[in-house]
Design a protein around this ligand. Structure first.
Ligand code: ZN
Length: 332
């Protein structure tokens, strides 16, 4: 991730050179982080993530069970006997996106549910800087249509990573019965879509949950994952009042399950160790009418994180963790 959603590194001058806007958003991010900063609150939030009780104190199934799956016994019962691999294997890489042409999903805890998965950036964005730099209205502000995203030091692109995890996530979700819509497919467009369109796709699908998949690009030594939650904003076409609470629950579920399946820790450079950050500067969140979070799966500029992000086996674990979090959110 970069520009659109890359939070500032903890020390000035440590960002990659083309990360021009991050420092301009420092004040916004500080507000978001500050909201989570007090130790008591941070500890409470962490307890929510890793112990699984809701913000309202209402008990709910833990997102961090000792077993390999977050699914409840009832959910597990619904899973066997389906043929997820068949339905999943026919949909990716079709060239043009055609959700309506997808085969009937498997039966499972997500049957009847729609999940929109947003692979952050586009591998073609580097060649279409004029197009992605066009300004779009995100309600609170105007900003670039889309951004290039970051890369590992060896050149593995964030956009490659996000598409790979997203297609794995689609397979996992379809195996649970969900209808899954990706905001774009490999090769179906030269650049983008714009962040406004990414949000609109989730809204028009009336998605029960939306996840935008990213990886961060900050200085080495910054490690771990974090989930970005929508702040309460109301300005222009942005009004997140109805999605703030469910999005937080979605994010907590994903954070707990992602930590469990990948073994990764919450980010050590923001979020006070909770793995959760609230931001009000992302069009993809501000314009969403459906519960939505971003996940930054790790830091592509850190060698240890990059070793994970470039591993297909790790990416499968990442996708499974996100999927389990969505199942917990929608099926719990
Ligand atoms: Zn990104």
């Amino acid at each position: 991730m970069r520009n659109d959603n890359s939070p500032p590194p903890p020390e000035s001058g440590s960002s990659i050179s083309t990360d021009r806007p991050w420092f301009t958003r420092r004040s916004t991010l500080v507000v978001g982080v500050a909201a989570l900063a007090p130790a008591a609150l941070a500890g409470w939030v962490l307890a929510q993530v890793f112990a699984g009780s809701g913000p309202d104190g209402q008990a709910r199934p833990t997102p961090l069970p000792a077993s390999h799956s977050a699914l409840s016994p009832g959910q597990r019962d619904a899973k066997p006997g389906s043929t997820p691999s068949e339905s999943a294997s026919t949909s990716p890489g079709a060239g043009t996106s055609s959700p309506a042409a997808a085969p009937a999903p498997a039966k499972g805890p997500l049957t009847g549910r729609t999940v929109v998965v947003d692979p952050g950036h586009n591998t073609g964005n580097f060649k279409h800087t004029d197009e992605i730099d066009q300004q779009v209205d995100i309600g609170t502000n105007r900003k670039e249509c889309d951004t290039t995203g970051t890369t590992t030091n060896s050149g593995y692109m964030e956009a490659e990573f996000t598409m790979d995890v997203s297609t794995r996530l689609r397979t996992a979700l379809e195996a649970q019965g969900a209808k899954v819509v990706l905001t774009h497919e490999t090769g179906d467009r030269a650049w983008g879509p714009c962040i406004t369109e990414r949000a609109r796709i989730g809204n028009e699908a009336k998605a029960d949950a939306v996840v935008s998949v990213h990886a961060d690009g900050v200085s080495a030594g910054n490690r771990g994952f974090h989930i970005i939650l929508p702040a309460t904003v109301k300005s222009g076409s942005a009004d997140t009042a109805k999605i703030v609470d469910p999005s937080r629950e979605l994010g907590e579920r994903i954070a707990g399950n992602f930590a469990r399946t990948t073994g990764s820790a919450p980010a050590n450079y923001l979020g006070s160790g909770t793995g959760l950050v609230v931001r009000d500067d992302l069009g993809g969140l501000n314009l969403s009418t459906q519960p939505k979070v971003f996940i930054e799966c790790g830091n592509m500029r850190d060698a240890k994180d990059a070793a994970q992000l470039t591993s297909p086996e790790w990416r499968q674990k990442a996708a499974q963790g996100i999927a389990d979090g969505i199942v917990g959110f929608l099926g719990g």
